[in-house]
Write a protein that binds this ligand. Sequence first.
Ligand code: NAP
Ligand code: GCO
Length: 259
Amino acid sequence: MAERNPLFDLTGRTALITGSSQGIGLALACGLAQAGAAVVLNGRDAAKLAAAMEGVRAAAPAARVTVAAFDVTDGAACQAAVARIEADFAPIDILINNAGIQRRSPLAEMTEAQWREVLDTNLTSVFLVARAVAPRMIARGTGKIINTCSVMSEVSRPTIANYAAAKGGLKMLTRAMAVEWAKHGLQCNGLGPGYIVTELNRALVENVEFNKWICGRTPAGRWGKPEELVGAAVFLSSAASNFVNGQILYVDGGLLAAL
Ligand code: NAP
Ligand code: GCO
């Protein structure tokens, strides 16, 4: 194997990636494992996690990988899971808060449940998981926290006000983490995907009109692939970003650059 550039080498580090039983989270888990990290997969479905673990092992046969099934919206479950991971597997050096959902509805018709479920999962959960992990990182004087934001941290479109509010809030929570925790040796940043082909967007990908609109609205002229987010995630997880804090790194095919 070619020598890894030490700046981007994650050997000896352990990463907890929430929402990594599929989609972007699983791609990031595979990529960090290939960069040398031990990875902890998370989701609520044990069967999906078992399949995901096989996927990571196929991508990175030498990597240490385990699963931690818990609901990121449950504060007590987050605390218990993090304690178990650190006791039984390894201290968490890298936390990627990636779990997220989408519940689309015109705002005037949006139910309270649609609002609360998206805000709970896409924003409050990041507070709950970080509250469990950060004190441990602070005690060690080092840590990387990466929050999966979105181009919806900057702009919105009809029917996703709940999601845009959550991701806009997550941009500012990321900056708030950076402001409070940088002095403790933590780097807290956001990863901002554009439109990526995953289960969360299946309905959009399969909609001929929307698909055409997104390919026209994105300067790269196409949807992104989950694995195209790995480079940015490895950068934000590695020594290469030790003086980067409070930034949102967009991987969007140029979407936010275009009117
Ligand atoms: P996805 O394929 O639907 O995967 C979502 C993941 O989150 C699954 O592993 C799911 O597992 C997990 N999850 C959902 N609710 C959870 C909970 N309460 N506790 C623990 N895990 C939970 O979606 P994706 O597209 O990969 O999205 C991943 C992240 O990227 C989300 O934060 C999303 O907002 C963000 N994002 C996506 C795009 C895109 O274009 N796809 C763009 C920008 C940002 P279980 O359901 O089995 O628990
Ligand atoms: C939507 C999509 C978006 C993407 C992503 C874009 O309904 O417009 O689900 O919200 O998932 O967040 O970055």
